[in-house]
Write a protein that binds this ligand. Structure first.
Ligand code: SF4
Length: 115
């Protein structure tokens, strides 16, 4: 039976508890032994890139595209914060609509509203 590289790595990891023990040690040291909940706002699935593994890639013509407006993103972030979630992740494809200035403005407004 031939194993590919991924199967070999998974087989080695599966049989080596030391890797999991060490990973637990490192996680406990940096994050503690607790779950951290993050609010993810996926605000656009437009993307100018074409990574083959990704459903958002520009050549995927089957994808129904969406893009939130800035007010909606800020509003949702506020709702997440009101639920006590302290970390918000802004996630999108590589959407040129959202310039650096727009993203900075959105983040500034979110942070202002959270104070
Ligand atoms: S969303 Fe990210 S991973 Fe997906 S095609 Fe765009 S750049 Fe690549």
């Amino acid at each position: 039976m031939m194993l590919n590289k991924t199967e070999i790595i998974l087989s080695l990891i599966k049989n080596d508890n030391k890797i999991f023990e060490r990973a637990t040690e490192i996680r406990n040291k940096h994050c503690g032994n607790e779950a951290h909940i993050r609010g993810v706002i996926h605000f656009s699935n437009y993307c100018i890139s074409d990574c083959l593994y990704c459903g958002l890639r520009k050549s995927n013509k089957e994808m129904k595209r969406f893009r939130m407006d800035e007010e909606t993103i800020i509003k949702i972030a506020g709702e997440i914060a009101q639920k006590g979630i302290k970390t918000i992740v802004l996630q999108s494809g590589e959407d040129p609509f959202f310039t650096r200035e727009k993203i900075c403005s959105i983040i500034r407004q979110i942070k202002k509203n959270m104070m």
